[in-house]
Design a protein around this ligand. Sequence first.
Ligand SMILES: Nc1ncnc2c1ncn2[C@@H]1O[C@H](COP(=O)(O)OP(=O)(O)OP(=O)(O)O)[C@@H](O)[C@H]1O
Ligand SMILES: [Mg+2]
Length: 334
Amino acid sequence: MNIAELGRTGGGEPAVRTEGLAKSFGEHRAVDGIDLEVRPGEIFGVLGPNGAGKTTTLRMLATLLKIDAGRAEIFGVDVAGNPHVIRQLVGVTGQYASVDENLTARENLWLFSRLQGVPAGRARGIAIDLLAQFGLEKAADKPIAQFSGGMRRRLDLAASLITRPPLIFLDEPTTGLDPRTRGQMWDTIRSLVADGCTVLLTTQYLDEADQLADRVAVIDHGRKVAEGTPDELKSAVGNSTLQLLLAEPAEVPAAVEVVRRVLGSEPVLSPEQGRLNVALDRADLAADVLIALRTAGLSISSVSVAKPSLDEVFLVLTGHETDDHGDRALEESR
Ligand SMILES: Nc1ncnc2c1ncn2[C@@H]1O[C@H](COP(=O)(O)OP(=O)(O)OP(=O)(O)O)[C@@H](O)[C@H]1O
Ligand SMILES: [Mg+2]
């Protein structure tokens, strides 16, 4: 079967499907039974904190790590059974991190093309096209050693596109980039999808998932704790959120007690001192909470009512600040 066709039309198969995917390092279950389904043509975000198992998941899907348990398919092709086919279907960034620093961007792209069996003449053309697509024409003949982080990241992504794979894995594509370069990277990723690619990306940034991803899986400790569109995830934590900053951080426990009493629910403590977020079913419940706080003699230095951000969703779901309360709350709400 023609590989490109397999990816683009897909025969109705999901771009990625995993069932019970697992990987242990010694005793540690880095990925602990993850089910995913990525639809062709979407940007799917895997969101999770440091050590959640994001990179390990991508590496298994890219055949760079052995799958310990469970199954994974890419466009209907079993990953463990057909690694050579999978490598033609997937473009992975990060795997070219050890490029020759003394070679120029153009030389690197040419070399990668040749290593992947592209004839010399065509390799030259591919390098020119990719340098243009990623805004690297001016830097084309500079050695990589002189590249900034953002330029390297773009060259890395360019290199993963040489074979025009239908599915692209991006592991934290914008970590460490400045806001403008991040925005450019987002545009680049969107243009890949407009060209018919499917993108699976990992991120620790809520706003990145919110801006880019059609659907998001939140993972923590190697397990999926939630999945949905960014809007669905946000509405899982209430229709609106009361955001409070207490004048006295030491009064947080007393404020938590008040919220429990008034709403019968648990506020989410933010890592920022004295700040707590209260999920509200109706925005007007905010008044009840504020009056009760005043009656209890607790003073507030700032207050707002907002639609919940993915940040709050993340805190609720991964629950590090709230002792896993959030995981249960979401499961119960489903
Ligand atoms: N080769 C390895 N050997 C041993 N442990 C590993 C290895 N690779 C990853 N781990 C462990 O597996 C867990 C998941 O790591 P992984 O790199 O997948 O997390 P991540 O979600 O990508 O985190 P980050 O956001 O920091 O990149 C971590 O506890 C990590 O220490
Ligand atoms: Mg990682």
